[in-house]
Design a protein around this ligand. Sequence first.
Ligand SMILES: *Cc1c(COP(=O)(O)O)cnc(C)c1O
Length: 482
Amino acid sequence: MAIGAGCYPIAIPFSVKQIVSNRDWIERSRAALWHPCTQMKQMEATPPLPIARGEGPWLIDYEGRRYLDAISSWWVNLFGHCHPRINAALRDQLERIEHVILAGGTHAPVVELSERLARLTGLSHAFYGSDGASATEIALKMSFHYWRNSGRPQKTGFVSLQNGYHGETLGALSVTDVAIFKDTYAPLLRQTHQAMSPDWRLAEPGETAEAYALRAAADLERYLAEHAETTAALIVEPLVQGAAGMAMYHPVYLQQARALCDRYQVHLIADEIAVGFGRTGTLFACEQAPSPGPAGHPLAVGEGNIAATRVADIADIVCLSKGITGGYLPLSAVLCRDAIYAAFYHDDSARGFLHSHSYTGNPLACRAALAVLDLIEGGKVIEANRDKAARFTALLAEVAAHPRVAHFRQAGMIWAFDVKGAGPGFARAWHAQALELGVFMRPIGHSAYFMPPYVIGEGEMQLMARVAAKLLDTVQAGPALA
Ligand SMILES: *Cc1c(COP(=O)(O)O)cnc(C)c1O
């Protein structure tokens, strides 16, 4: 194990500190790794940040400098780094069983997690993968195979939203619509249809977010009216299109999309990979959709942790990942309606869903996920986040009003704004200058955003607000920085 790699503070003797410096890890990283989502040549100018350990929302480098993890380590970390409760759950699980095959085997953590996810979403029969993209693959294959098992093998098409993101393996990339990730691989991908995005930034002047969402739903209907016979599923990111730069939309779109999917017999896949587990202010983003009407779920608000609108009222299939383990271990889960599951339940093996991944339902990952659910449910986290969100939004008033800022937006624990006149080098320049001020950020194109762990406090919110206000004055946006 590398010196300082533990999650606990270690006093490193000065002589060792000299050897194990940030620079060593940067150089060895460059030589030994191929970093994700990175043009490696740009690493000469923008080196990776070597992190020795973490404490709550803070990342600490090998020279002892601290950086606020303002994007939750790529949207996965919910309760900060090295959380004592999650650490303890993992230590306990390590002494029992670290991993066991889930085809022909089972174990308490995966059963308990599946039961809890079913109770919270209203969907059931959790199928596990290892990351978000594998969850998307599972959902797409499951939908297609359901229709095939149901005597409608011609339903092979998928619809997603413009600027949507569902992962980068070939199936997931086929329903993703982000040119920089997709265009190069276009010859390898399935043809899919992209319906108009309800992203309210695209509304006409004077048009409300809701009116725009309804217009987007009408566009979806035009497509489904013509192509439902050959369409298996619509896949959407509920409420926030993360990789599009935290594009947000009115929840009425989800209600309309549900109604259309019922009318045209198309599955609705909710990709809650980024927005699940409280990120948008409810346990799942789908819960913010207006109730879909008399057919909707009859449970009343306030019945335990069960929301008025449940995931099952909107989605036939839900994909969960990212925050599911609090950012500790890779895990994804796909839950579906009983009717979907039932179409696979048969004497014929080939009618079964024979998909698999080696680490499916890993016990350590499931224990981390159970600890996360304990924290969310036991700590009234969603309620506490509402107060935090209101406070941070107030602290960002100066940023929201800055002349360079357009489309300031917020949903739960996500804040984003677009910076006017940002050129191609903007995101990297912002990232580098934020780091110098002790905050780790990673803007997407011209959109800067905060997606902090839920454990941030007043001082950290003040720091983020101060840094954003300052960078709006100092980060020049021109192409010279490219
Ligand atoms: C991150 C993400 C994925 C892909 O998850 P990975 O774990 O990166 O494969 C899919 N969908 C959405 C909405 C995401 O944000």
